[in-house]
Design a binder for this molecule. Structure first.
Ligand code: FES
Ligand SMILES: [Fe+2]
Length: 371
């Protein structure tokens, strides 16, 4: 057994490294607590006081719509004894956010409004005890949060994708299906799998028929944002069970791009797929070194619903099937790399983005000798 292969952060060993609890904790701290995380679509917070909760490692964050209509986020903990404020994953606050322990109450802007029996407490000033704010950003209808103290805007992070997403006009799209998957695999295996189509012929026979696995080009080759496109084969209009379009065409996609499907990954938790007639995005939520909660949403132009000739379920079913094929093979991969006898093999030329993802993970973890 060579030293390099014993090293959990050796090149090619990056996914396996997640099997080590210490590395997992480091990933949560350096990747998930310092980067922008996609938490879903803004339409999830349809009304004032609507909220939902996301967990990032041991941290928990409340994302809400305040009285002014703005999206805000706060750590889901009381400033008194730290108690979790929200147990429910989503809901609507009545008037204020009330801690279930001793009833400190906070406004939707985070200000501490009430703290029973503290009036005679020397030196206690309520204004000094607001909820701990978390940075938020809205980008084309997506909500992002960032647990870092003062992050650069999310739009800067995604600047290179701006033209593409403007072309597809993602802002007004609505989610016609949201699905949650619990996958017994390290989160990095999911991203590595998404980043290559080397596996498409053996794992996804239906996908490989609609979209030749070696077609297309990459356009973002390194860094936290990676991706490119693949082409639809002759006679197919989209990635659907039938090969026919299932939604109203998105935005103003130029003729030469009508037969393309774009795939992008934004480190650490967003996978964004753009089809001519619908978009799909996954968010990844590591639960443990060997377990990842994955959300998947299918986004359509709202006019699709008024079109009896279009069947969004055709695209939803296609990707639900394809997702499950991916999760299954990732779970098998996880099981294999957990063996003490596993040694990483080389990446093929068709896995260039998976390799670049590994490099970026190592770079952000601060292991320069490895990238
Ligand atoms: S812990 Fe919240 S009021 Fe005491
Ligand atoms: Fe796949």
């Amino acid at each position: 057994m060579s030293d390099a292969m014993d090293d959990p952060l050796a090149p090619g060993n990056v996914a396996r490294a997640g099997a080590f609890p210490a590395v997992f904790a480091e990933e949560i701290e350096k990747l998930f607590c310092r980067n922008w995380l996609c938490v879903g679509r803004e339409t999830k917070l349809a009304k004032i006081s609507d909220y939902f909760v996301v967990d990032v490692g041991e941290a928990s964050v409340i994302v809400l719509r305040d009285r002014d209509g703005a999206v805000r986020a706060f750590h889901n903990l009381c400033r008194h004894r730290g108690t979790r404020l929200c147990e429910a994953r989503e809901g609507r606050f009545a008037e204020a956010i009330r801690c279930p322990y001793h009833s400190w109450t906070y406004g939707l802007d985070g200000r501490l409004q009430g703290a029973p029996s503290t009036n005679d407490l020397a030196g206690f000033d309520r204004s000094e005890w607001p909820l701990l704010a978390v940075a938020t950003g809205i980008w084309h209808g997506f909500v992002f949060v960032n647990l870092a103290a003062d992050p650069a805007p999310v739009s800067k992070m995604l600047a290179r994708l701006e033209d593409r997403v403007t072309t597809y006009d993602l802002g007004p799209l609505v989610s016609l299906r949201g699905q949650v998957y619990d996958v017994a695999a390290n989160w990095k295996l999911i991203v590595e799998n998404y980043s290559e189509c080397y596996h498409c012929a053996p794992v996804h026979p239906a996908l490989a028929k609609l979209s030749p696995p070696t077609s297309g080009e990459n356009d973002f080759f390194e860094g936290p944002l990676l991706g490119g496109y693949m082409e639809l084969s002759e006679g197919n209009e989209s990635l659907t069970m039938t090969g026919r379009a299932c939604g109203v065409p998105l935005g103003r996609v130029p003729k030469e791009e009508e037969r393309r499907v774009y795939y992008y990954s934004l480190l650490p938790n967003l996978l964004l797929s753009l089809h001519p007639d619908y978009a799909m995005f996954h968010t990844l939520w590591p639960q443990s070194p060997g377990r990842t909660r994955i959300t998947c949403d299918w986004l359509f132009h709202p006019d699709t619903l008024g079109r009896p000739d279009l069947n969004p379920g055709d695209g939803i079913d296609f990707w639900d099937l394809t997702n499950r094929q991916d999760w299954h093979i990732c779970e098998q991969s996880q099981a294999g790399i957990a063996s003490p006898f596993y040694r990483p093999g080389p990446y093929s030329h068709r896995e260039a983005l998976s390799m670049q993802f590994d490099r970026e993970v190592l770079r952000q973890l601060g292991h320069p000798r490895h990238y």
